[in-house]
Design a binder for this molecule. Sequence first.
Ligand SMILES: Nc1ncnc2c1ncn2[C@@H]1O[C@H](COP(=O)(O)OP(=O)(O)O)[C@@H](O)[C@H]1O
Ligand SMILES: [Mg+2]
Length: 273
Amino acid sequence: MSESLIYALEHVTYQYKDGKIALEDINLQVAAQERVMLLGPNGCGKSTLQKILAGLIFATSGIVTAFGEKIQFQLMKDRQFSTAFRRKVGFVFQNSDVQIFCTSVLDEIMFGPLAMGMNFSDAKQRAEELISYTGISSLSHCSPHHLSGGEKKKVAIAAILAVNPEVLIFDEPTNGLDPKSQRWIIDTINQLNQAGKTIILATHCLESVPELADRVVVLGENHRIIASDTPKAILTNREILLAANLIDPRYHLHLHGTDGHVHIHKRDEVLNS
Ligand SMILES: Nc1ncnc2c1ncn2[C@@H]1O[C@H](COP(=O)(O)OP(=O)(O)O)[C@@H](O)[C@H]1O
Ligand SMILES: [Mg+2]
């Protein structure tokens, strides 16, 4: 296996206990420092796939290799292995409330470093660096549960970054946030990628694709990968976008400028403009 390959998935399926199939025959490789966007409609399996990549759940069948090791429940039960794995892979959940559990922002961000065995004063220093980096110094002693959605997301990201993982997985990171918080998230993710992090994102929203992805992996409603290509190739492939239920047939998608900025218009608006 090539050294720069972080993940290799072969014929991975996932079935929930109630029998619901969430992923079918997933074949996927992720290279170090790539920004991979999992794009697909609600319910296609993006979050399930991210949880498998984060070692939180395990493929029902098929092979998941991460950092050259086959990831299985038995292996993850080994505390030494799971601690090392969790240090390498950080998962920012779609809903920050399921991630945040401490009574102050500072405690929340110190939790990871302390759990990894860092001493108290180094963990505090590390947390303070992250609090400053994410611009939440004024919130340091607040209860994270009382913050706004955008502030909670910053706390969740700071808490993940505190253990300095090399892979960062973001589930619908801009969902439900105001435009300023969305801009902060997009810029921060790109900064982290430039600093060498591998980024795996999930979204059903086309607008953020050109700015956030090197490669787009499209999951269809059949829970299979139906395309994997550059953002431009995917966003100009109307057939794929329709097949994946990502655009309304009555709407028209435009890519603008060199950054491939996306606009979605209703067809008559295009005709009238
Ligand atoms: N805990 C669960 N138990 C049973 N089915 C689930 C569970 N979580 C998700 N699913 C189902 O698995 C499929 C994929 O879900 P999910 O990975 O959350 O999709 P996405 O993130 O793309 O919206 C959906 O049909 C969903 O209803
Ligand atoms: Mg999801």
